[in-house]
Ligand binder design. Structure first.
Ligand code: AMP
Length: 217
């Protein structure tokens, strides 16, 4: 007798109607839309708009804005000697700043979304610490805000913060020139430096998203 081969069953209509490939597994929303961490360092003289632009960039990229001046003002509330130091326009103790910033940078929101760092580093030893902390992850850019002296004076006198007196402002400018500009020079070699056009009396909404006004020197 012959070997009876089973007749292949005709595929049912519903099988033919089915797509060739199994449906793709449901997309993992976290993986698909997880924002990239953005790490930016805002630099510029007092009154140049580090906080104003830092907040805008934070809204644009979803990375937390970290004002080191704010951290210090909060810390100095019950530390009169630190408050007095800030009132002179001089930089406060390195160890304190490094500890506060380090603590903030290890928090989960920063780990996940990055940061817009405003007011740090301001001197070379802080820059070296920053480079060491960021050795594995890098920094996307340094945002350098350059504004004329005249416009800085105008903005500072309009702001009226406790350390915005003419005398303190002069000293903060000197501290910026002597201690912070060398950091900027150093960062031109270690990180990309962006110089948006921000010298107009009314700051324009200038972000990397509005590319035309950004130039890298
Ligand atoms: P800011 O609000 O950024 O203008 O900072 C206000 C003051 O806080 C400065 O004038 C300094 O006395 C102190 N300060 C802010 N950032 C730093 C820093 N990175 N290192 C040392 N002192 C700082």
């Amino acid at each position: 007798s012959s070997l009876a081969l089973p007749k292949p069953a005709l595929p049912s209509a519903s099988v033919l109607a089915a797509p060739m490939l199994p449906p793709a597994p449901a997309a993992e929303p976290r993986a698909a839309s997880a924002p990239k961490a953005v790490r930016l360092i805002m630099m510029g003289p007092p009154g140049s708009g580090k906080t104003t632009y830092g907040k805008r960039l934070s809204a644009e990229f979803g990375a937390p804005h970290i004002s080191v001046g704010e951290l210090l003002r909060a810390y100095a509330k019950d530390k009169p000697e630190v408050a007095a130091r800030m009132q002179t326009g001089e930089l406060v103790d390195s160890e304190l700043v490094l500890r506060l910033v380090r603590e903030r940078l290890t928090q989960p929101d920063v780990q996940e979304r990055g940061y817009i760092l405003d007011g740090f580093p301001r001197r070379l030893n802080e820059a070296l610490a920053m480079e060491e902390w960021m050795a594995g992850v890098g920094v996307d850019a340094v945002v350098h805000l350059e504004v004329s002296h005249e416009e800085l004076m105008r903005r500072i006198s309009a702001r009226g913060r406790a350390d915005d007196t003419p005398e303190t402002f002069r000293n903060r400018m000197k501290v910026y020139r002597d201690q912070t500009v060398p950091v900027l020079e150093r960062f031109k070699n270690s990180y990309g430096v962006l110089e948006p056009e921000v010298s107009a009396p009314t700051p324009r909404p200038t972000t990397p998203g509005c590319a035309p006004s950004w130039k890298t020197p």
